[in-house]
Design a protein around this ligand. Structure first.
Ligand SMILES: [Ca+2]
Length: 79
């Protein structure tokens, strides 16, 4: 089965919602740390903080779905 972009989008959305535990529409740093603890267990707090500020492109302290999807595409998929 060929995976379409829609399927990927759905997968990213599911990941986002998994970490957006309270359904706020954004991921805060604590939630992001949990995410990195899963996908990159050896990362340090400093690396996680750096990663977070890299993804939070508008620096409002939250990673919203748009920022998340940009990062996810860059990190995991060649579109
Ligand atoms: Ca943001």
């Amino acid at each position: 089965m060929v995976e379409s972009s829609d399927d990927k989008l759905k997968e990213i959305r599911e990941n986002f919602e998994y970490f957006d535990k309270r359904g706020k529409g954004y991921i805060n740093f604590d939630e992001f740390s949990e995410l990195l603890a899963v996908i990159s267990p050896e990362s340090t707090t400093k690396e996680r903080a750096e990663g977070f500020s890299m993804i939070d492109t508008n620096s409002d302290g939250h990673v919203d779905f748009e920022e998340f999807i940009t990062w996810w595409k860059t990190a995991w998929y060649e579109f």
